[in-house]
Structures are given as C-alpha cells and as structure tokens.
Design a protein around this ligand. Structure first.
Ligand code: C2E
Ligand code: MG
Ligand code: MG
Ligand code: MG
Length: 275
C-alpha cells in the first residue's frame, strides 16, 4: 500500500531536508538554555515622529547569538519557542530587558516609548497581566512608556483577548496591532478591542503600487476616524517616506532611518537626535 503513495521515503528524505531537520532539532534543544547562558540579545529600532523626524520610540527585537550557528533571527526561533512553550520565559525576559532600558532612557537621555512584541500565547498565559504589572512596578517605569505590539490571529478568542487587553490598558500601557492589514479579522478586532495604534504591515509599504497606496490611505483614514494613531513599518526609501508624510501617517520606522541595532549603537543614534 505504501508504494502506491508515490516516490519512496528515502528519495524524498534528501540530504538537505535532513540537514534542516537536524538544525531545527539542535536549535530546539539549545534554546532551552539560551536565556541562562545569556545568548539572547535585544536589538532596538527607532520609531520617528513623521512631523519632527525625532526619535519618539523604539521597537525591541530579539536576537539569538548562538555559540556555533551565529546570529539567529526571531523569524527562525520564535516559531519554535511558540511550539514548545519557551516563548513564555523568553517573552518575559525581553519584556523585563525592555522595561529596564526604557526606565534608564527616561532618566538619562530622553523618555522614549519602548515597544515589545507579544505572542498571543504569552497573552493567553494566565499570568501575563500580573507579569507586566509587576515588572512596571519593580523597575518604576511610567506605564505610558511601554507599548505592546500584538499580531492578529485567527484562533484568538476575541472575548478573552478583549479582557486581557482591557486589563493591560488599565495598567496604563498602550497597545498596537502589528502587521495590520494582513491578519484574519482586522475590522472586527478594531471594533471590539481597546487598541491605540495600527501598525501598517510592511508588505504594503514595500511595493507602493496603486492598490497598496489605496490600502495605506484607507488604513490611515480608518485610524483617524477611530481616534487611533498609525505607524508605518518597513520604510526603506525617500519615496515611501514622502508618500506616508503626505498622507498624514504619524510615525515611521524602517531601514531608511535605521536598522535594528544593538543597545550601544542605538544609544549613539539617540544622542545624535537629542543633543
Ligand atoms: P515585526 O514585529 O513585524 O518586526 C518588524 C520586522 O521587520 C523586524 O524583523 C525588523 O527588523 C524588520 N524591519 C524593520 N524595518 C525594515 C525595513 O525597512 N525593511 C525590511 N525588509 N525589514 C524591516 P525581525 O527583527 O527579524 O523580527 C521578525 C519578527 O519576529 C517580528 O516582526 C516579530 O513578529 C517577531 N519578533 C521579534 N522579536 C520578538 C519578541 O521579542 N517576541 C515575539 N513574540 N516576537 C518577536
Ligand atoms: Mg513588531
Ligand atoms: Mg510582531
Ligand atoms: Mg510587523
């Protein structure tokens, strides 16, 4: 019966596939110790006010400095962490790092809002709201300096999500919908969840064809009419910047200004902007 299913397994199970699986297994195993071995790092990417071009925020983006594999991007290991549950401790780790850093900036340099990506799995973990409350208190961070970026997902229970987000909002933090426009239920989310900011997905910005221009304009209008702010991510060119400014997008983020950078580099940029 197996023969009737097509080419035999050994033909499909090529050397390349084997190598991929081996890497995945190896990453999965070594991710368990990544926090305590201090292999995780936070990179920061500035968010600029579209009017003043000042740095008003920074997105914290996680990186994994693997001892043998080099720098590994979150696109590769966050999905693994979401499958095996390590996203909970990893998410908590980066949240604390970002909060600690936001506090330091608020004292030493200039207050900037730090954005942290939060996986839906973290939010459905019962202690998430308590965790945020405790970390804010412990590091004495004014809550308005913390922004949480969440991504829409088809599987989310919207009532549950709404409760969690209301609880987070009552702590005083702000909430953004990341990758807006690509999710499953954007408009329903918008009417039922206490959101502050829409973050236009970079795929719309990357290719400014006529359709994408209309979509971007519509998202900005939508944000305005609902009293939300709107951020564009993935801004890479002066042309994209001009289009976004002409259409009254509030905040800009992308390689055109800066790639995500290790802390020291980011602080150099901050000093350039504020001194
Ligand atoms: P995201 O939250 O949508 O972050 C934006 C991604 O776009 C980042 O990739 C950033 O480096 C990249 N980017 C920024 N500007 C530009 C640009 O101008 N052009 C292009 N081509 N790319 C740009 P990164 O750092 O590899 O992160 C990928 C995704 O991994 C993030 O997408 C986010 O969903 C997830 N992620 C990153 N850090 C964390 C984290 O701490 N926790 C969780 N749960 N997810 C994270
Ligand atoms: Mg994000
Ligand atoms: Mg995200
Ligand atoms: Mg995004």
């Amino acid at each position: 019966a197996a023969k009737a299913c097509g080419p035999n397994r050994s033909q499909l199970f090529t050397a390349e596939l084997h190598a991929q699986l081996q890497r995945k297994f190896m990453l999965e195993t070594s991710l368990i110790d990544a926090i305590k071995r201090e292999q995780l790092m936070v990179y920061y990417q500035p968010k600029l006010c579209a009017l003043t071009k000042k740095v008003i925020g920074a997105e914290a983006l996680i990186r994994w400095q693997h001892p043998t594999e080099g720098l590994i991007s979150p696109g590769e290991f966050i999905p693994i962490a979401e499958k095996n549950g390590l996203i909970i401790p990893i998410g908590e780790w980066i949240l604390e790092e970002a909060i600690r850093q936001a506090k330091l900036w608020s004292i030493k340099e200039h207050p900037i809002i730090v954005s942290v990506n939060v996986s839906i799995l973290q939010m459905t973990h019962t202690n998430f709201v308590d965790c945020v409350r405790q970390l804010l208190k412990q590091h004495k961070l004014p809550p308005h300096l913390l922004n949480l970026e969440i991504t829409e997902s088809m599987t989310t229970d919207i009532t549950f999500m709404s409760n969690v987000l209301h609880a987070l909002k009552s702590l005083g933090v702000s909430i953004s919908i990341d990758d807006f426009g690509t999710g499953y239920s954007s408009l329903r989310y918008l009417s039922q969840l206490p959101i502050d900011t829409l973050k236009i997905d970079q795929s719309f910005i990357r290719d400014l064809n006529i359709d994408n221009q209309s979509i971007i304009k519509t998202i900005i209008q939508l944000a305005y009419s609902m009293g939300l702010s709107v951020v564009a991510e993935g801004v890479e060119t002066a042309e994209q910047e001009l289009f976004l400014i002409e259409n009254d997008c509030h905040e800009l983020q992308g390689y055109h200004y800066s790639k995500p950078m290790p802390l020291e580099h980011f602080e150099t940029i901050l000093l350039q902007h504020f001194n």
